[in-house]
Design a binder for this molecule. Structure first.
Ligand SMILES: Nc1ncnc2c1ncn2[C@@H]1O[C@H](COP(=O)(O)OP(=O)(O)OP(=O)(O)O)[C@@H](O)[C@H]1O
Ligand SMILES: N[C@@H](CCO)C(=O)O
Length: 642
């Protein structure tokens, strides 16, 4: 790192989802993360910087903007951050400019405070370079918010169950310190040392597990336009319950945690399993309309509804459904309206947990994400695109040799070839592919410009790797089939024709690293482009127009085959002898697979940086190439692009 870089202010983004706790019977136990976000954009000034350091400033937009304190010693998020930093002997927040954008309404049962607490813990972790593991982040969050349902779901995402450990008496005492000691309200006359020795969070306060979630289930949040603080909604709850009521809830919760993961979901099972006797009956006086909404909206009356309950401490009602959201919302609005309660509603997705630099981040951060994905089970289990196997077999029968070219490293050889054998059984070096070439694109280094000045052109020398065009040329490939524009363009540049497969962002826009702005994170780039007057959707300007010389667009495997009958006639071969009957059997067996491309959630930037594409579209992309020595069969180069 150069000294210029060191003195640049550091920027990062923290994004935390909303949550709904309880989901009926799981009082203080289960939580669900939802697609409304609290987003912090943080700029940190280093004291070694030559530029003048501003005082820390907080600005706030969105929900609660008029109510939230902007003093770092009063704001919930910065107070939590300060608490965590002080537990690590860092007494002050560095100078930061913090912009908070909040989509989670306050005091409605959608986990706004849990999100603010998690944001504070993540802020401290990033500011202090603490590198805390997730379990430790949770310990600190649980020192502040003592019921684990919201904070756990906000941190890890999805449908989550958690419990608090039974701790040793001494540790219990530490966890039971009054909240005012963990998060002191700084009095106006507070001196430098005030509140500097906060109670340390004990290890492993809470544990959690993620349950499955059926992908067709979404959430409808029906949000009354009044606030109900969690503290107030807990005051009305009894200290003791009858055995009958506890058994009622436990029976339902045991069923619910599995039932919501089953596809297709069973409305009869789920509706009953979302009933509760531990908190909702006591809170009905605080939420006029609650008993009526939950009893009058049922799977019998509303197609698509699975279950309905109070969200967290209320007053929001959460309906889980597969369809018919508008209808459910319409009737809930009416029932609330009869009681004089105005409501808003939102259809929400169940989302992943908190993220620092969500989306792909900078190219380096993208690479870290790619590498993590490579190690995941999801990656091992991606399936090829529909039609790939049969079309490739057809080309093989016609006398082309097929090769796989992948940008993977050689240390992924086993994984890659196991995958090929799985989806193209007996395929490698036999019925389908000739060989696999590893370009090791991911480990080749790039020269990163030392200072990020987005308007400065740094030339094209930033990549030392061998591009796909050069590789195809060296392999004497006659055609490349690939889904990335830069790869087909590289081929066209060395007179190897190429088919651009599919209709993806990365097939319509070039992802090259030519200027310093190509090294920015999505958020930084957006800010830069907006400042330049290019608007929010600046990437639309990157779209490359077609036709392009030597490149043909094909939307699927059928069109690949058609290309050989039209523009690619000149490289088409006379079919060789029909392949032995045994191969027909193999082809028939294979039609069971090959259906869908695995999808991994993508960030806000649609494939801004080239390599990001592998995360959400790992699949087979072919190229064509022929080698026509009369004795050897010609080669069709199949390029696997991940
Ligand atoms: N982003 C935020 N920044 C600062 N303070 C916040 C933020 N979000 C919430 N708070 C504080 O938390 C309070 C709401 O917390 P409360 O626990 O009562 O409700 P909730 O978290 O929205 O609902 P529930 O816990 O039932 O899901 C707000 O009134 C505000 O004081
Ligand atoms: N389980 C808590 C959630 C509050 O967000 C309650 O219902 O009080």
């Amino acid at each position: 790192m150069t000294s210029t870089q060191r003195t640049q202010p550091r920027k990062f983004v923290i994004r935390v989802p909303a949550t709904s706790a309880n989901i009926g019977p799981g009082f203080d136990v289960v939580g669900l993360s939802l697609s409304l976000y609290l987003t912090l954009t943080v700029t940190v000034y280093h004291h070694s910087s030559s530029i003048s350091i501003p005082e820390s400033v907080i600005s706030y937009s969105g929900e609660g903007a008029n109510d939230v304190p902007l003093d770092i010693y009063k704001n919930l998020t910065t107070r939590v951050a300060l608490y965590v930093l002080r537990c690590h002997d860092i007494q002050k927040l560095p100078s930061i400019i913090l912009h908070v954008h909040n989509e989670i309404p306050f005091g409605r049962g959608l986990g706004s405070s849990g999100a603010a607490v998690i944001a504070g813990v993540l802020l401290a972790n990033a500011l202090g370079n603490l590198n805390l593991p997730q379990s430790r982040l949770l310990d600190f969050a649980l020192m502040v918010e003592r019921h684990p349902d919201n904070v756990t779901a906000a941190l890890v995402g999805g449908f989550v169950g958690s419990y608090l450990n039974e701790l040793e008496p001494a540790t219990m005492e530490a966890v039971s310190v009054p909240l005012s000691e963990v998060l002191p309200e700084y009095p106006p006359d507070a001196g430098e040392d005030w509140g500097k020795s906060p109670p340390m969070a004990p290890l492993n306060i809470g544990h959690y597990v993620r349950f499955g979630w059926a992908k067709e289930i979404r959430a409808l949040a029906i949000i009354p336009r009044f606030e109900l603080s969690t503290a107030k909604a807990r005051e009305v709850l009894p200290l003791f319950y009858s055995r009958k009521d506890l058994v009622f809830n436990m029976q339902r919760l045991a069923v619910l945690t599995t039932a919501l993961g089953q596809s297709p979901p069973d409305p009869g099972l789920i509706y009953e399993a979302m009933k509760d006797r531990v908190h909702q009956p006591y809170r009905k006086a605080l939420v006029p309309g609650l008993p009526e909404v939950t009893s009058r909206i049922t799977p019998q009356t509303h197609k698509g509804l699975l279950g309905i309950c109070l969200s967290g401490a209320g007053p929001t009602i959460l309906a889980l459904a597969t369809e018919g959201f508008e209808n459910i919302a319409h009737d809930a609005v009416q029932i609330f309206g009869e009681r004089g309660v105005e409501v808003d509603w939102k259809i929400l997705n169940i989302v992943g947990g908190s993220e620092v630099n969500p989306g792909w981040g900078t190219p380096d951060q993208t690479m870290i994400k790619c590498n993590l994905f490579y190690k995941s089970e999801e990656f091992k289990n991606v399936s090829p695109i529909s039609g790939a196997y049969n079309s490739l077999r057809k080309l093989k029968f016609e006398g082309f040799q097929l090769a796989v070219l992948t940008a993977r490293d050689k240390d992924m050889k086993d994984l890659t070839e196991t995958w090929i054998e799985r989806w193209y059984p007996g395929g490698l070096l036999k019925d389908v592919f000739e060989t696999v070439y590893y370009s090791e694109d991911f480990t080749k280094t790039r020269e990163i410009p030392s200072a990020v000045r987005a308007d400065e052109l740094v030339g094209t020398a930033s990549e030392s790797r061998l591009d796909k065009g050069e590789m195809c040329k060296n392999l004497q490939a006659r055609l490349l089939i690939d889904d990335a524009l830069e790869n087909v363009r590289d081929c066209a540049g060395v007179a190897v024709p190429a088919l651009l497969f599919g209709d993806y962002d990365w097939g319509n826009r070039l992802s090259v690293f030519r200027t310093t702005k190509d090294f920015l994170s999505f958020e930084e780039r957006k800010e830069y482009e907006i400042n330049q007057g290019n608007g929010m959707e600046w990437w639309m300007h990157d779209t490359v127009g077609f036709p392009l010389n030597g490149i043909w667009k094909v939307k699927d495997w059928q069109q690949v085959l058609e290309w050989f009958e039209g523009p690619g006639k000149h490289i088409k071969r006379n079919p060789t002898e029909p392949i032995a009957k045994k191969n027909e059997k193999v082809a028939a067996l294979l039609s069971m697979y090959c259906d869908r491309v695995a999808k991994v959630p993508r960030g806000p930037e649609p494939c801004l940086q080239s390599r990001a594409r592998i995360l959400y579209d790992p699949k087979m992309n072919p190229i064509v190439r022929p080698t026509p020595p009369p004795i050897r069969a010609p080669i069709l180069g199949l390029i696997l692009e991940y």
